[in-house]
Ligand binder design. Structure first.
Ligand SMILES: Cc1ncc(COP(=O)(O)O)c(C=O)c1O
Length: 394
């Protein structure tokens, strides 16, 4: 079969493939980045769905503007201003998840062979979205303070810049490592963007899920020179099935994103936007956040304690202050791909770390999600995984 060149790098995500194993009876999955099904406010959504249909039925079932439902955009502005982001309704577009923002940004700004600088490892879904636009990736190493911005600076000096290069970052409770970029690094990143005339795509999917430590400011909230395109999502706090996210940027970029979105889907699901608006208007999002943060903190603590207890000497792991993932580095002689079959046989799923790196390195790393399992199963699953690793180490 013949396909367009841009499809050459389009491969089925290993994560999606892996999700098929989820249905194996007795499987304990630390694989997909899914919220807990117990977190979804089903009965409230049922009540609000009825309310929306009763009070706004025809409008909620109609196309809405490409930018999104105005009242929801007003609520997004209120939240964002509270978080220090200067914006007006005109700076906001409601999107079909934040995944759509990654796709549209790449579509608008990347020509083939332009560079995307990103954390290594990074969010796999971003690589999948960007791949269609045929960029070159420059992975920037991370430490416990996030992307090592000095290394970004060095890489920038070592290459012949292309027209539209940008930096993609998940600075808070990063997927896949759970690491948060320090304030100093955030400032440094903005300085680098100014100096090298780059823009930054800030993917802030997880910042609302903080379980300990002090909040950090988003990069967008420190952005004085319109360097940042910012995206956030309702998927991790309300319901991923809503497919609701948003983008905040300067008006010029927003106009272009709007045109690209029009081509992609005309508008985001109107009905769901009305429901989300009612949910926020009734002050329920704060209550929901309080509930899920308590729930996820317990799960994370159980996972970290179980790793400590059951993983053999020589393993290292991150201790995040929020988000949904723990990142584990095993002794370098172990390849997590080779553990995988054994792990599936023992009914435990994880994601091997190399899929999160454009260069395919990181053979001895893995990502563990803790939000989608009950605590008892987290303990059992980690114990099984610990045994499998121990056998290999020996
Ligand atoms: C870092 C990051 N960005 C974006 C997304 C996409 O989220 P959504 O499209 O559901 O808003 C995810 C989902 O896991 C993610 O982890």
């Amino acid at each position: 079969m013949k396909y367009a060149d841009r499809i050459k790098r389009m491969k089925a995500s290993e994560l999606r493939e892996m999700l098929r194993l989820l249905h194996k009876p007795g499987m304990i999955s630390f694989g997909g980045g899914m919220p807990s099904p117990d977190s979804f406010p089903v009965s409230t959504i049922k009540r609000l769905s009825n309310k929306v249909l009763n009070e706004h039925g025809p409008d909620a079932l109609q196309y809405c503007s490409t930018e999104g439902y105005y009242k929801l955009r007003e609520e997004i502005v209120k939240k964002s201003r509270k978080d220090g982001i200067k914006c007006d309704v005109e700076n906001v577009i409601v999107t079909s998840g934040s995944q759509q923002v990654l796709d549209l940004t790449a579509k608008i700004f990347l020509n083939p062979n332009d560079y995307v600088f990103l954390e290594s490892p990074t969010y796999l879904g971003a690589l999948i979205a960007f791949n269609c636009y045929q960029p070159k990736y420059i992975g920037i190493p991370m430490d416990e303070e996030g992307m090592i911005t000095e290394k970004l600076e060095k890489s920038l000096k070592g290459i012949k810049r292309r027209k539209m290069d940008f930096v993609y970052t998940v600075p808070t409770f990063q997927n896949p490592t759970g690491v948060t970029m320090s304030n100093e690094r955030r400032k440094h990143l903005l300085e680098i963007a100014d100096e090298h005339d780059l823009f930054i795509l800030e993917d802030d999917a997880y910042s609302d899920l903080r379980y300990s430590g002090k909040p950090v400011r988003s990069i967008k909230s420190m952005d004085k020179n319109n360097r940042v395109i910012y995206t956030h999502t309702f998927s991790k706090t309300l319901a991923p099935g809503f497919r609701l996210g948003y983008v905040i940027a300067d008006i010029e970029r927003i106009k272009k994103i709007c045109i690209a979105k029009q081509a992609a889907d005309l508008c985001t699901n109107s009905y769901v936007q009305y429901i989300a608006y009612e949910y926020i208007r009734e002050g329920l999002i704060e209550k929901q956040l309080k509930k899920i943060k308590k729930m996820y903190k317990k799960k994370m603590d159980v996972m970290l304690k179980s790793i400590e207890k059951h993983f053999p000497k020589g393993c290292e792991w991150t201790t995040p202050q929020g988000g949904m993932y723990v990142w584990v580095t095993l002794p370098s002689k172990i390849d997590t791909r080779e553990l995988f079959d054994d792990s599936v046989k023992n009914n435990v799923l994880f994601v091997h770390g190399s899929v999160f790196r454009p260069d395919g390195k990181g053979h001895n790393t893995m990502r563990l999600n803790f939000t989608n399992q009950i605590e008892r199963k987290i303990e059992i699953g980690i114990k099984r995984l610990g045994n499998i690793i121990e056998k290999r180490v020996k």
